[in-house]
Write a protein that binds this ligand. Sequence first.
Ligand SMILES: *Cc1c(COP(=O)(O)O)cnc(C)c1O
Length: 369
Amino acid sequence: MISFLSLKDITATYNDEIHRAIRRVVDSGWYLQGEENAAFEHNYAEYIGTKHCVGVANGLDALIWILRAYKELGVMQDGDEVIVPANTYIASILAITENNLVPVLVEPGYETLEIDDALIESKISSKTKAIMVVHLYGRCAYTKKIGELCEKYHLKLIEDNAQAHGCRFDERRTGSLGDAAGHSFYPGKNLGALGDGGAVTTNDSELVECIRSLANYGSTKKYVFKYCGRNSRLDEIQAAVLNVKLHHLDEDNRLRQQVAAYYYNQINNPLVSLPKRIPDNNNVYHLFPILCKHRDELQRHLTDNGVQTLIHYPIPSHKQECYLKNGLKLSSDPLPITEVLANTELSIPMSPCLNMEDLQYIVRVINLF
Ligand SMILES: *Cc1c(COP(=O)(O)O)cnc(C)c1O
C-alpha cells in the first residue's frame, strides 16, 4: 500500500535532530513561552519576511485571533463581511463565523482552483472589511488585482497560509503579502509539528501585541487582563521541532515540486484533468489535486490497487450541517464550481518522501483507469 502521506517517513528523515531538540526541551524544565518559542518566532518571521510572528496553538486559532484582534482594535465589528473562497477548508470560514462576522463566499476558477479574482469586486459592500485569500493546495492565490481591490476599498488583506509555507509571489513569500497571515503547523502540513501548532505573521505591531495577549488569556502582563482571551499557546516542544524542520522546508518543498513535475509529465489519462500548471516558485504542492468526472470510481480503482487517496473537500462549507442546522445560509448565490470540485477532486499521494518506484506505480495505475 502506498499511503497518502507517511508522517513516519517524514519525521524519520530528521530523526536525530528532532530527538535532540525534544530532549533539550525536556531537560530544560521549561515547557511554555520560553527560548524555543522565541527562537521560532524570530526564525519564522525572518523566513516569511515579516517584522513579527507570534506562535499560537493551531492554525484555526491563528485566523480567529487575527479577526478578533481587528475587532478589539476597532477595525471590524459584529456583522461586518469578510470575502473568502467558497472551496476552502472549513477552518477559514469558522474563523469568520466564530467572530460574529459574515463570510461572503466567492467561487474559485476552474483552472486554478483558487479564488477567482474577477468575481470579487461585485461582492464588496459597505460592510466588507477584509479579503481572506487561502493559498489552497500550496498554490499562491494572491494576485495583483486582489491587492488593488484591497487598496481601492480600504480592505484588510488576510492570508490563510496553512497550506503554503514557503510559497512565493514574485520574490515575496505568502504570509507576507497582506496585513496579517494565519499559519497552521498541523502535522500533515508542509511545515508540520508533531502535534498542533500555528502562528500569525504580520508587520503590524499593534495587531501582534493584541494577538499575543488574546492567546495568553488576554493578559498584558502577569495577572493583568485587558481582553477576555483564551489559552492558545505554542508549546516549547513543538517550537523546538518546528525550528528543526524550518531549516529543511525549502528542500522538502523542492522534493514536492519534483513529484509534481513527474505527475504533470506522466499522467495522461484523458478522463483525468490536472489544474493549470504555474511556476514552481508559486506552488509548494501541499496537495496534488486531480479532477475526474468519475472520481469515486477512480478512487476505488486506486484503493483496489494499493494507492491511498483523499478528497479535499467532499462537502463544501455552505452545505455543512453545522451551518445548515442553525439556519445560517452561507451563500445566497449558487456555487456551481465549488460543488463540481467537491464531486470531482481527488488528492493523490504527495510528500517529499515518495520515491521513483512509488511514483511510477501511482501514475501507471491512474493511466490504466
Ligand atoms: C489546516 C488548515 C487550517 C487549520 O489549521 P489547524 O492547525 O488544523 O487548526 C486552516 N485553513 C486551511 C486552509 C487549512 O488547510
